[in-house]
Write a protein that binds this ligand. Structure first.
Ligand SMILES: [Zn+2]
Length: 102
């Protein structure tokens, strides 16, 4: 496990609990429905700098998940994003393997 990563894994349940450094936010901006968006927060324009606050640009990843009341935004550190990504790949591979056995 990478140092400083807030992470717990319930092996019996197969559930990954990721506890990101940054809290999630809700954006009321209009969104593309049914679209999960993932991007590096790499814009150094004034607006984005204001939104980011004291966090340096090119240092985090933004994950947007659409909800009925707006876009839920979760900022992830590179190691958090890597852990989440690896878990998604692992779960997807598990499903494929199980499906092949059925
Ligand atoms: Zn910008």
């Amino acid at each position: 496990m990478e140092r400083g990563l807030m992470l717990s894994y319930d092996e019996d349940e197969g559930i990954l609990w990721l506890h990101p450094l940054f809290g999630s936010k809700l954006s009321k901006e209009s969104i593309e429905k049914h679209s999960i968006v993932c991007t590096i927060d790499d814009c150094d324009c004034e607006d984005c700098e204001k939104k980011r606050g004291p966090i340096g640009f090119l240092s985090s990843i933004l994950l947007y998940v659409p909800t009925e009341i707006g876009m839920a935004i979760q900022r992830l550190t590179p190691s958090e994003a890597r852990t989440l990504g690896n878990s998604l790949i692992s779960y997807a591979n598990d499903i494929d393997a199980i499906q092949e056995e059925m």
